[in-house]
Design a protein around this ligand. Structure first.
Ligand code: NAD
Length: 251
């Protein structure tokens, strides 16, 4: 396959389903060599198999982003099998909703470890290779929750706000090495959003808050991730993009 990401080596974390899977498939269609990583290694392999069956190039790698050891091992395996990583999409995510007065340390910790530590570990794993090549595109995944705050997810909103700071700081530190870092606040119909899309208590209210009046499929928003990893995005860094039907203007 040929396209704007031709022969680039891309890692997408949490790509066993949802938005990550759609990004992996689209990157492969654009010619990238894709490492599909997920804590569920079997699902990662299934996605990689589907990409290869469609004429793309992908490998599946089991990886828990919350473990530095696992991240370093996955990064080494990917570099060995595909070459130097020049695109990172830190996408893996979990939610553990609870009102703040009921939230446990476990609920707090797993959300910080997955989103904040996971993104930091992956940044540290890929940046040395990118600095050597003087080429790289990094996309961190924030959320409307991290921009506006949200009820019942103080752990998640805090983590997603931290990622905006991480993207801005990393963009400044890495700009001299020609490494582009941006953040996305996406919204799409995935397993993660099933409750707010289907539960009678939330679904109508949430839908009313989307100016476009509907949920997107993950495939509809994957093109923005292509742009942010492509040569057309070589002079824009440290920004946050809401891809959410007009719901949250970035302030
Ligand atoms: N779907 C939305 O509307 C929405 C809105 C805002 C932000 N986001 C963010 O977008 C990203 C993707 O969300 P999604 O809706 O596709 O979610 P999803 O739940 O459908 O998929 C998340 C994937 O991450 C994997 N994962 C979880 N913990 C992991 C870990 N420790 N290591 C590696 N993989 C792990 C899961 O196995 C799963 O495959 C997440 O960071 C999420 O917070 C999504």
């Amino acid at each position: 396959m040929t396209g704007v990401l031709q022969d680039r080596v891309a890692v997408i974390t949490g790509a066993g389903q949802g938005i990550g899977r759609a990004i992996a498939e689209r990157y492969a269609a654009e010619g990238a060599k894709v490492a599909v990583t997920d804590i569920d290694g079997a699902r990662a392999q299934e996605v990689a198999d589907a990409i290869n069956a469609n004429g793309g190039t992908a490998i599946g790698v089991a990886n828990d982003v919350a473990s530095r050891e696992s991240v370093n091992a996955a990064a080494a395996e990917i570099a060995e099998r595909l070459g130097t990583i020049t695109i990172l999409v830190s996408n893996a995510g979990v939610t553990r909703p609870a009102m703040l007065w009921k939230m446990t340390d476990e609920q707090w910790d797993i959300v910080q470890q997955t989103h904040v530590n996971g993104s930091f570990y992956w940044l540290q794993a890929v940046v040395p290779g990118m600095r050597e090549l003087k080429q790289g595109h990094i996309i961190l995944t924030s959320s409307a929750a991290g921009i506006n705050g949200t009820i019942g997810q103080i752990n998640y909103a805090t983590a997603k706000a931290a990622l905006l700071g991480m993207a801005r700081s990393a963009s400044k530190e890495l700009a001299p090495a020609n490494i582009i870092v941006n953040a996305i606040a996406p919204a799409a119909s995935t397993p993660m959003t099933e409750t707010i899309r289907t539960d009678e208590r939330f679904k109508d209210k949430y839908l009313e808050s989307i100016p476009m009046g509907r949920w997107a499929e993950p495939e509809e928003i994957a093109g923005v991730y292509v742009f942010l990893a492509s040569p057309d995005c070589n002079y824009m860094t440290g920004q946050t993009f809401s891809v959410d039907g007009g719901r949250v203007p970035v302030r």
